[in-house]
Design a protein around this ligand. Structure first.
Ligand code: ATP
Length: 473
């Protein structure tokens, strides 16, 4: 994990927010490569969940909403985590996590929570801990110039509620019929007690949420359908089945209104953790908004003349967590032979054997890679050659994010691209000027082939879409 965090900073994927002022806990900035990676994740989700379907439409709702929304959704009263403090070292913990780390379980009481006997502070081992207190995770702000109770508002802790409160408007304009869905991608804010594991638990993050509205009774079937769809998407963006798991909630852990919930989990270096929750939430949210707003949330089926409040299936994923999983999955250290020979998986912390050198490579699925193609003129002091390379570069960057690099030995230029996960490299050399062919290098196999310039676009398009073998095979 440390090696990945350092690469993310060194190469411009992720920086600490406000770093020159010593940062701010739980907030992160995505650099030039990180924001391309996140964009790829968002675009892929949006295409899969919205654009390639006829039964899902999009929404971009505001971050700050009428505070009544959060009363209706239950967040004002119930969006709390239990918090404990160590009286000796002053560290603060989320009580359930503190217990879990010690193989214990936080006890529920009528008044709230109690620490089980034997719980200690994981930082200083003291037993001198406060009782758990409920802490609301919503960030508060004020609307207008006067900071009084009447002007309190909240930064949304999830994007989902924006969807529920626009349910009737979207139904009216989209000509959709149940079953159909509304999707949204956007920022969410939670005042997490213990932000940690790099970007995994942040205080400002992005969610990709779908509310798929269905006829009551069809819950189990649609829930199973969405679990399958979502798992397939994770595979497509390069997370292999072997490192993904499903956590199926037992009845005892389900919210009182939910009939099923499955978490999609990824095996991070710091443990198996949640990427997405897929819940069958019944009609809890729409009913609550109907009750609080006194506006009907019913749906009328013209054909069957049935009237009902739709049930909902909610796949809810975090962009930042998916980005972190994609980064973890891509990171490789390899020993590559200086001459002929097989590439070896590096043993962490050990120097490479004689005749080998260390290569750090981000093996992103091409569709996720921030930069798709790098273009290299073999030398920088031959204007004819540089201008030919520029032509190739302009042709490619019209279609994909591309990188131009004309400095240093060609091997070093390849390595720089390997480290940021650019899947393809195109080298323009003296032969290009004679016969219009270039060298295409594949990041993963490091193999090179020679091909005419006019074959580059179709060949790369297939490989980047994932429908063709890697370019140099
Ligand atoms: P956790 O149990 O890890 O706190 P949660 O179950 O409360 O998460 P949900 O409310 O189901 O999370 O939110 C849906 C998704 O939003 C999560 O699966 C995760 O990908 C993302 N998410 C939630 N909280 C955070 C956070 N603090 N930082 C980054 N992503 C988050």
């Amino acid at each position: 994990m440390d090696a990945l965090v350092s690469l993310c900073k060194r190469r411009g994927f992720i920086f600490q927010s406000s770093e020159i002022y010593d940062g701010i806990n739980g907030f992160w900035d995505y650099g030039p490569l990180g924001c391309e990676l996140k964009r790829n994740i968002r675009d892929s989700w949006w295409r899969d969940v919205v654009q390639l379907r006829e039964d899902v439409v999009g929404l971009d709702s505001s971050i700050i909403m009428n505070p009544r929304v959060w009363e209706a959704s239950g967040h004002t009263a119930g969006f709390v985590d239990p918090m404990v403090d160590c009286r000796d070292c002053r560290k603060r913990f989320r009580a359930d996590m503190l217990c879990e780390e010690q193989g214990l379980q936080l006890e529920k009481t009528d008044q709230g929570f109690r620490l089980p006997a034997g719980t200690v502070c994981t930082a200083c081992k003291s037993k001198n801990l406060t009782e758990p207190r409920a802490f609301n995770l919503m960030f508060k702000t004020f609307i207008g110039p006067v900071e009084e109770d009447a002007s309190v508002a909240y930064l949304r802790p999830e994007t989902a509620q924006g969807i529920f409160v626009q349910f009737q408007n979207i139904l009216a304009v989209s000509r959709q019929k149940v079953p159909f869905g509304i999707a949204q991608i956007g920022k969410a804010f939670r005042n997490e007690i213990n932000p940690r594991n790099f970007t995994f638990r942040s205080r400002e993050f992005e969610q990709m949420e779908l509310e798929f509205f269905i006829k009551p009774g069809d819950d189990a079937q649609w829930h199973a359908y969405w679990v399958e769809q979502r798992m397939a998407w994770y595979n497509r963006i390069g997370l292999p089945p072997a490192r993904l798991q499903q956590y199926v909630y037992p009845q005892s852990e389900l919210a009182h209104y939910a009939s099923a919930c499955v978490d999609v989990m990824y095996e991070f270096p710091f443990g198996v953790q949640e990427l997405e929750g897929i819940a069958a939430r019944g009609n809890y949210d729409l009913s609550r908004h109907q009750e609080y707003s006194r506006k009907s949330m019913e749906y009328f089926n013209q054909e069957t003349k049935e009237r009902f409040i739709p049930h909902v299936i909610e796949p809810s994923a975090g962009v930042d967590r998916v980005a972190l999983a994609v980064l973890c999955e891509a990171y490789r250290e390899e020993w590559v032979p200086k001459g002929e020979g097989e590439t070896l998986q590096a043993e962490f912390g050990k120097p490479p054997p004689a005749g080998y050198e260390l290569r750090t490579v981000m093996r992103f699925a091409p569709a996720m890679a921030p930069i798709k193609v790098a273009v290299f003129p073999l030398v920088k002091n031959k204007p004819e050659l540089v201008s030919k390379a520029r032509e190739v570069f302009d042709m490619l960057r019209d279609v994909w994010p591309c990188f131009w690099d004309q400095t240093g030995a060609i091997g070093r230029r390849y390595r720089r691209q390997d480290e940021i996960g650019t899947p393809f490299g195109v080298t323009v050399d003296f032969d290009t000027l004679e016969d219009n062919t270039v060298t295409l290098r594949d990041r993963d196999t490091m193999r090179q082939i020679r091909l005419p310039i006019n074959e580059l676009l179709p060949r790369l398009a297939g490989a980047i879409r994932g429908s063709a073998p890697t370019a140099a095979e």
